[in-house]
Design a protein around this ligand. Sequence first.
Ligand SMILES: O=C(O)CCC(=O)C(=O)O
Ligand SMILES: [Fe+2]
Length: 333
Amino acid sequence: MGLTYASYPPLFRPLETQTQDTFEPENSAKQIPNSSDPLPLIDLQCLDPEKLREACTDWGIFRLVNHGIPPTLLEKLQEHTRTIFSIPFESKKALFKSPLLGYFWGTPLLTQSAVALSRGTNNIDWVEGFSVPLSQLSELQPQDSVIASFRLILEEYKEHLSRLATTLFKAMAKDLNLDLSRHNTYLSESTGFLRLYRYPQCSMADQNWGMEVHTDSSVLSILLQDEVGGLEAVKDNKWFNVDPIPNSLIVNIGDMMQAMSNDEYKSATHRVNLNKHKDRISICYFVFPADAHVILSSKYKPFTYNDFRAQVQEDTKNLGFKVGLDRFKVLHD
Ligand SMILES: O=C(O)CCC(=O)C(=O)O
Ligand SMILES: [Fe+2]
């Protein structure tokens, strides 16, 4: 086998008895969408409020172009991310022990816990990743030169992400008549964090998910994906592929934004499919309301993001999945 799998978490390495060509499940439970990508396109340089509104209300997910991030920075970021993931598994675990750069594999919500893994290999998310809280980047004093240069790239990327999230949020808040003087509490840049993912190639791609169906808990999520593809989203109860297009970003409306908009905007339902022959890299930014910000909505009881997160953690522990906004819904009779 020409490829070395030493950098994969052991669970994701191919079984000795199984070669990539012989395993073909007869009945694939998965319905893979094959539609071409119909995603709305939002041009940040000439932001059209009507188009943005339609993208947020009808889709909850859109493609962002003319975002002002230099293509060279996006390339460097992806290249470094690939380099970091290619470090042998044991060294990678050792290198990223710091709580600032939490390394995980399997279901991200449950991190490395045995609970996630004991569900069996068919049920875990086929992904490894790092979480990077962006407000603490400067505290990271890496001894390792790979991480030192990575930090510099992240510092630069972070500035762009703050700009994009703020610009988009202000346009959305205007559309929704939210009090713009409070926009820093609706969306607090200091809460922003990155998840860097690698979805290892998977010979049983038909039976596993890179990430199972979910909505993001954020206000907004901004995704950079490589050329492999695999992200899928729902519109009108139908799945479609979110095709990789160089130099574009994908923006998701998250649960917090849906609540703030009284359900006018949709938190996008999405998932990640796997590739049999290629690893996939994605770099996802999530941003939340300020800790003390109480979300007041006609559809939900007042709650803070901390209340929401605690409920998600409890449900995930007890039920094995996130219930999400339904937990906070005002029930009308
Ligand atoms: O990897 C991706 O493209 C999406 C990841 C994702 O949906 C998430 O982290 O919430
Ligand atoms: Fe997501």
